[in-house]
Design a protein around this ligand. Sequence first.
Ligand code: PAF
Length: 283
Amino acid sequence: MRIIRSIRGLQGWRRKHENQIIGFVPTMGALHEGHFSLIRQARKHCSTVIVSIFVNPLQFGPSEDFSKYPRPVKSDQQWCRESGVDLLFCPLSEEFYPQDFQSAVSVNRLSQRWEGEARPTHFDGVTTVVTKLLNLVRPSQAYFGQKDYQQLLVIKQLVQDLNIDTKIVRCSTIRESDGLALSSRNRYLSENQRRQALGLSAALRHGVQLIKLGKQGVRGIQREMKKIATKSTGMDIEYLTICDANNLEPLTLAKGNMVLLGAARLGDIRLIDNMLVKAPKKS
Ligand code: PAF
């Protein structure tokens, strides 16, 4: 596995590999099974797999955990090597965002709701870094987890609006056997918090179940979900909502393709999760 840190190094490598079908998995490191499932999919579809590891300062708010974000560099490299990654791109922050860096990429409407309300500068940071990475790597396909569903839609919109010639592939959320969605931040959870965190996926599962049974009133479903999420847990729910899966607009009646989105806090730790569901056909 080749490791490249400099932008010129990556551009030079890319020029020498013009004809490759490149699958790209952008990450912030602290890799877990969720990332490996993205890498496996890229491996299946593409001749060359590139992974990037870069803890992107632009997507963290001033009171967020940028400096504390886990950076297990050696084990991440080892895992990538063992997963058959061809090239690992680990840019240096000083080169990626030099002092006179002045540009930003925004996706307006989609970025404003839900995560955008809780983290107002987050998506501009994501769309700016992803645009730079896609420009550098020029992959045929780039792989993103459904776990960050709003991020996935924002990136799809970005690629469509800016005519970037990369297919964005959605990969299913990977969960522990008890339902907890994998996340690099799960490692911060104490044993007790980890148990409490299960309330989030349980609430989403319950919402999906109610919709599949034909319940339509979103307010009632949300009330039921909230009861599950907060039952005997110290979890502070930020939002639990049912939206149109294509544009994240909130619904009043369950219909069409929907996404159930949730965000919650356990102490300093913020968790998000989501599940997709389709309204049952009326008989
Ligand atoms: O999902 C992530 O890990 C990050 O938001 C991404 C897409 C790598 C951009 O920094």
